[in-house]
Design a protein around this ligand. Sequence first.
Ligand code: UN1
Length: 485
Amino acid sequence: MKQHCNPVALRQYLAGQWETGNGAPIASFAAAHPGQTVANGTAADAGQVDQAFAAAAAARGDWARTPMATRAGYLKRAASWLHERSGDIGAELSREEGKTLAEGIGEVSRAAQILDYYAGESERQAGTVFHSPRPGEQILVSHKPLGVLGIITPFNFPIAIPAWKIAPALIYGNTVVFKPASLVPLLAQRLVEAFDAAELPAGVLNLVIGPGRLGDALMRHPQLAGVSFTGSTAVGRSLCATAANRGIPVQAEMGGKNAAVVLADADLELAVEQVLNGAFRSTGQKCTATSRLILDQSIAEDFLARLRDRLDRWVTGDPLDPRVHMGPLVDEKSRILVDKGIQAALAAGATETYRGKAPEGPGYMGPVILELPASHKPEDNPAWREEFFAPVLTVVRVAGTDAAFASAEDSEFGLSLALFTRDLATAIRAQEQLDVGILHVNSESAGADPHVPFGGAKASGYGPNEQGAAAREFYTHTTTTYLRG
Ligand code: UN1
């Protein structure tokens, strides 16, 4: 089993060459067995960030002039490479990040699917033609690449998120300097290997692996023409400020505190299943995870009894074991932080009404349900306000749909929301009234399809959405051409 294999060598990818990093030693460890090294090597240094930009800048012109269908060919070949290896690479993902094997393999396939989707851009509409009010003239709007883009990605989807940023960046003719989360560098390297195997021209995609300060060097680089980021709200906001100061476009996908709203008329069996998956799959480490549960008081007891019953059969353990539903958090440091958050929530008046079993060992925690008393204002409790990024679900009970919607809106975040009802009129009202980027009616709050926009309202996102046709808004600028013969 891959479990005990030798560590993979981590390398930087600069101007089409795999290079040793000039910085300090780095390593990633198995989330479930932190004593086991998954990959190791040396970090890139600031000089190598410069090399990455120099390569990306040199490649930019030729790449932008390459027909989109040819650019699509590289994406398709990289996608096939990943598809063929989704089992092995999915197991590496599961081992390094800690999500289950099924989720790891699923994520690698999803990354490949995303590359295929963007390859299809070469066969879709390229721009728009407008009527002109003047005779003998047409007005054309065409899309142009921005130049060298910085891509900064989080640990929790170590290959899918890089794919959904790098694929549109490349298909629209940009070149890229990619800085992945230092906790999960191997999966980033695998994605770049896919492009290397596809014989992507040198310099079009460059990888710098290392600590967060490489991200600072990237943000300061004079060649940087735009940046796409997914990660914490704190880092995202500072990065947006830097980008605004420099006058370059930024796309930041940040925190969530997503609610599931279960109304009195909901199909409870379905709602329990979906809330279970939304809150606890991937150990709750998704920006789209359900972390607030708003229950109509008439069904609250019944719903919670069914949820606890399901959780009693929920297995937390080694993510590579096929019987396991939930692996550990990405590392022990995260578990300690979550624990502090839970303690603060209890001190502020929450009650812990459920804690599932988990193995002893770093990073492990069972699913937790916290309940807030009706006498409290939920916003006074950190478990309602703050993103824990963990398998922790905070419950309130409300009376009726108006109160449930008001409670759902009671958050600075607005990424996704799951509404459970059988009433079409209520679903339509939610669509009209609730300030979220993604609304699920009778399905879990997590999940994204490559061909539809993904992004959050309020404090959850900044800049144009990701994915689908929305991606073009960020990854290109337009030229409006007044065309007369
Ligand atoms: C999903 O719900 O499948 O970082 C994707 C995140 C989000 C992606 C969620 N940007 O969790």
